[in-house]
Each structure stands twice: as structure tokens, then as C-alpha cells.
Design a binder for this molecule. Structure first.
Ligand SMILES: Cc1ncc(C[n+]2csc(CCOP(=O)(O)OP(=O)(O)O)c2C)c(N)n1
Ligand SMILES: [Mg+2]
Length: 293
């Protein structure tokens, strides 16, 4: 049950889980095709991004610049395969274009460029800077009376950036209750365990001390993800931080919780193995109304 009292129907959750599986398949496929890109942090965020783009956010793929659309800022811009996959599957551009990831002249660069592709609200990749842009967007809504909400996804390694904490202070100062930060707490960054490189715990108490409301969830439990995002929309007076506990590489067994899969493309053999695993993870179509597309 959400704080608002709405029980998210089971069939809706099953459909969103299917969207997340579809997103994961596109991530692995596009990074394999490009032989470059970031699988690990894209796969850990797939459930969250599926919930946002297929349920929670007020968006219209036919009107990507709609003034009162909700905004999404992927502050950990290196994980753009998850965003490109969600945008394509949601109908912002053809799914076939995913195969151009990281190619010269492609609209799908290795980090998102907002002017290149419909549906991208921010250019990001320099860690911390996307989050700061998200605060600016939420502040603009407050100043103009616009009703849109701003969601920003950060990595746990990204929290090392001082800019994150400057931005977090500002969000609280301006009472940005239209802002939701989601921390992808997958415990790894590119060079090793996030907490070995720079211990950041207690992340929840840090955000609380910065005057944020904090909610901690299992970032792969679709019902919890949807309900918590809905609850965040009811916030009043302060910004919300959702700490989503996730597994880097989630959905492909040999990529899960393995540092080297931060930014390594799968070989042909690994890709075949990953596809087999993802095929095996598909439910029988008769089991779910969501089914395969
Ligand atoms: C300002 C800045 N410093 C360094 C980098 C290089 N870099 C790219 S990804 C990454 C690690 C990010 O780890 P995390 O935020 O945990 O991302 P995830 O695990 O979700 O992939 C780093 C240091 C960068 N993109 N920007
Ligand atoms: Mg991480």
C-alpha cells in the first residue's frame, strides 16, 4: 500500500518487471554491439528507470519538450545505456537506433547529450554535475509555479563528489519537495568497492542531516520501487532521497557484483551466455498479463 493508500496492482508490477527485463536485454545488446560502454551500473538501475518511465513520470514521448513534463536527470551519465533503452522502448526514438551507441555521429553518445536526442533532459557524465542541474530545474519549477517533478539518479561512488553535497544543501535551503534523488547503492564504483575508495556511510543520516527526507528500499523490488516513488511525490517542505539497495550487473549472473563489469563490453561468447540467461529468466507468457512484447 502506498502512503496515498493506492495498492499497486499485481498485474502492473508484473508489466513493469517485464519492461525492466526488456531494458536489460537492450543494454547488454547495445554494449556488445558497440564493444564499449557501461553494463554494470546500467543493469543495477534498470528496475528504477523502468518504474519511472513506464509508470511514475508524467511524460509524453510524442511531446518530449512538453513544458510541464516531469524531468529525469541521469547524474551518473556513464550509465546512459539504461536511459537510452528506456527512451527507445517508451517510444521516443526507434529501438533500432540503439545499435548506434558510441558510434561517430550517433545521437547516442557514451554520455548523454541533451540536444542530441529527444527525451534527454540533461547533459551529464561529469559526476555530480547532473544532480546540480536537477536542483536548478526543481528550483525553476518552484519559482515559476510549474507543476513538474524532477527525479535524479546518482551512483554511490558519485557521492564522493563535493558538488553533490553543495547541491544537497541548496535543495534543502529552497525546500525543493518537487525533487527526488535516487541513490543507486550498488556498493561498487569503477575502481573497486565504493566504501573502500571513500567510506560514505551513514548515507541516510547524512542526507537527513542535510534536511532531506530519506527512504531506503530494495531497488530490485518493483512494488517497493513504485510505491516509494509515489510516496516521494507526496513530500511536503523538503526534498526526498531514496537509497535503493541494488546489485551492480543485476540480471546477468557473471556480471553481478563484479567490479570489472563497470565498463567492460561482453565478448561474443559472454553475450551469448548472457542472452541465454535472460531468455531463461523470461516468465512463461501465460503466467503474466505483461508477457513479452
Ligand atoms: C567528476 C568525475 N570524476 C570521475 C569520473 C570517472 N568515473 C566514471 S564512472 C565512475 C565511478 C562511478 O561509480 P558509481 O557512482 O558508484 O556508479 P555505478 O556504480 O552506478 O556505475 C568514475 C569515478 C567522472 N565521470 N566524473
Ligand atoms: Mg556504484
Amino acid at each position: 500500500m502506498t502512503e496515498a493508500g493506492r495498492l499497486v496492482p499485481e498485474t502492473r508490477i508484473r508489466q513493469l518487471e517485464q519492461h525492466a527485463r526488456d531494458i536489460r536485454r537492450e543494454i547488454v545488446t547495445m554494449v556488445h554491439t558497440a564493444q564499449s560502454g557501461h553494463c554494470g551500473g546500467s543493469l543495477s538501475a534498470s528496475d528504477i528507470v523502468a518504474a519511472l518511465y513506464f509508470d511514475v513520470m508524467k511524460i509524453d514521448p510524442a511531446r518530449p519538450r512538453m513544458p510541464d513534463r516531469d524531468r529525469f536527470v541521469l547524474s551518473k551519465g556513464h550509465a546512459c545505456p539504461v536511459l537510452y533503452a528506456a527512451l527507445a522502448l517508451r517510444g521516443y526514438f526507434p529501438v533500432q537506433e540503439l545499435s548506434t551507441l558510441r558510434k561517430n555521429a550517433s545521437r547516442l553518445q557514451g554520455h548523454p547529450v541533451s540536444t542530441y536526442l529527444p527525451g534527454l533532459d540533461a547533459t551529464s557524465g561529469s559526476l555530480g554535475m547532473g544532480f546540480a542541474q536537477a536542483i536548478g530545474m526543481a528550483l525553476e519549477a518552484k519559482m515559476t509555479g510549474a507543476q513538474y517533478r524532477v527525479y535524479s539518479l546518482l551512483g554511490d561512488g558519485e557521492l564522493n563528489e563535493g558538488l553533490v553535497w553543495e547541491a544537497a544543501s541548496s535543495a534543502a535551503k529552497f525546500g525543493l519537495d518537487n525533487l527526488v534523488a535516487i541513490i543507486d547503492r550498488n556498493n561498487l564504483q569503477n575502481d573497486g568497492k565504493a566504501d573502500d575508495i571513500m567510506p560514505m556511510e551513514p548515507i541516510d543520516r547524512k542526507f537527513e542531516a542535510f534536511n532531506w527526507r530519506v527512504l531506503t528500499i530494495d531497488g530490485h523490488d518493483m512494488a517497493a520501487v513504485v510505491q516509494t516513488l509515489e510516496s516521494a511525490a507526496k513530500a511536503s517542505g523538503k526534498p526526498t532521497c531514496i537509497i535503493a539497495r541494488t546489485i551492480k550487473g543485476k540480471g546477468v549472473s557473471f556480471m553481478e557484483d563484479q567490479r570489472e563489469w563497470h565498463g567492460k563490453p561482453p565478448s561474443d561468447i559472454e553475450f551469448t551466455r548472457a542472452c541465454k540467461e535472460m531468455d531463461d529468466a523470461e516468465p512463461d507468457c501465460t503466467e503474466t498479463e505483461g508477457g513479452r512484447r
